[in-house]
Design a protein around this ligand. Structure first.
Ligand SMILES: Nc1ncnc2c1ncn2[C@@H]1O[C@H](COP(=O)(O)OP(=O)(O)OP(=O)(O)O)[C@@H](O)[C@H]1O
Ligand SMILES: [Mg+2]
Length: 370
């Protein structure tokens, strides 16, 4: 469960205004980004490879200088402030720990550099190792640790400096699938325990959806949408976000058909005909994207009493244990994918060539104007 925080009058801990980064000619790596991150949030930057996630994070950390725009951290403009003077710390994409140093020395390193007294160093290292549950492993070398433990050393190294914002670049990407999932929860709990703001980068949508309070989806250096996970999944603002987050059936419709008696938009989709969609906002004439998530589709052997229903043939299916994915083609030649949860242990009763009625609720149809 996500924590519920009251509305705060405090300024956001991170404010990014019109930030652009160009490395040379051509498309900027980060393009006119505006973001506000409130204190204590677990904020995710999500997007495909090369969309500018790391570059944006490096600008927050002070390793890159914006070509244009302003970054404020904890109310202060950080232009010209070097990385070690910023109230942030970064855990890098390929987490760096010193292989020849013990766990203790790895974590103490950053404090040693700043000249903290020995007793204070020892206390803070102990505290940081406790937070990541590595107590008792101080004397080990990194090659005597598991991948997950090494990752926690990298986290402790960043936390020991007590940053106000922790920046994490793909913190779990080096771990195998099982460990990754366990570490997701650990990171969320760690964030709650330390109470500071986490900004983390990922290209893994499941990771962002399951961990973040809010997510910014990036494409070609731009932020396409910022929302909490459920809003992003159920109400994507554009085709790119709908397609990038989760799976989706996406159709192109023409918006010339107007509205029905209930005021719903009626959209004409080639091969599917006229579909009613509740969508009170006015739309421009022309091409409109229509989308429906595979798990919203209902499958039946007899015709259901539904407004949106098609007869379709199962072309293919794939068994995933918890669910089965079906690939269908309607009589009008439109391809649809549906997921069906395997709620009982019986054999999956589906075969290629089977006929099914596919239906979904008009309210489950997404209208995408961008
Ligand atoms: N130092 C640099 N010099 C020139 N181009 C760079 C530099 N750093 C990044 N870029 C370019 O900027 C763009 C964004 O890169 P960035 O590393 O921010 O992407 P990313 O979203 O983190 O990708 P990934 O998921 O693969 O890590 C890419 O086109 C990249 O090639
Ligand atoms: Mg990156």
């Amino acid at each position: 469960m996500k924590e519920v925080r009251g509305a705060s009058t405090e300024p956001p801990i991170v404010e990014i205004r019109g930030v652009t980064k160009r490395f040379g000619a051509g498309r900027p790596a980060v393009d006119s980004v505006d973001l506000e991150i409130p204190r204590g949030e677990l904020f995710a930057l999500l997007g495909p490879s090369g969309c500018g996630k790391t570059t944006l994070l490096r600008m927050l950390a002070g390793f890159e200088t914006p070509t244009a725009g302003e970054i404020r951290i904890d109310g202060a403009d950080v232009a010209g402030v070097p990385p070690n003077r910023r109230p942030v710390n970064m855990v890098f994409q390929s987490y760096a720990v010193f292989p020849h140093m013990s766990v203790f020395d790895n974590v103490a390193y950053g404090l040693k550099v700043t000249g903290a007294p020995v007793a204070e160093r020892r206390e803070r290292v102990r505290e940081a190792l406790g937070l990541v549950r590595l107590d008792g492993l101080e004397a080990r070398k990194p090659d005597q640790l598991s991948g997950g433990q090494r990752q926690r050393v990298a986290l402790a190294r960043a936390l020991v400096k007590r940053p106000r914002v922790l920046l994490l670049d793909e913190p779990l990407s080096a771990l195998d699938a099982k460990l990754r999932e366990a570490m997701r929860l650990e990171l969320v709990n760690l964030r709650i325990a330390v109470g500071i703001t986490f900004v983390f980068v990922t290209h893994d949508q499941d990771e962002a959806l399951s961990m973040a309070d809010r997510i910014a989806v990036m494409e070609h250096g731009r932020v396409r949408q910022v929302a909490d996970p459920a809003a992003l999944y159920e109400y994507p603002s554009c085709r790119f976000v709908a397609d990038f987050i989760g799976k989706v059936n996406l159709f192109e419709a023409s918006a010339s058909a107007g509205r029905d008696r209930e005021g719903r938009l009626v959209l004409e989709v080639p091969g599917l005909g006229a579909l009613p969609v509740p969508h009170p906002e006015p739309v421009q004439q022309g091409e409109i994207g229509l989308a429906v998530r595979p798990e919203k589709l209902r499958l039946g052997e007899s015709r259901p009493d539904a407004e949106i229903v098609f007869e379709a043939t199962v072309e293919d299916f794939a068994y995933y244990g918890s669910e089965t994915r079906l690939f269908l083609v309607t009589e009008g030649g439109v391809r649809l994918s549906a997921t069906v949860p395997n709620t009982d242990r019986g054999p999956v009763r589906i075969e290629r060539g089977a006929r099914r009625f596919v239906s979904w609720a008009p309210a489950d149809t997404l209208v995408l104007t961008e």
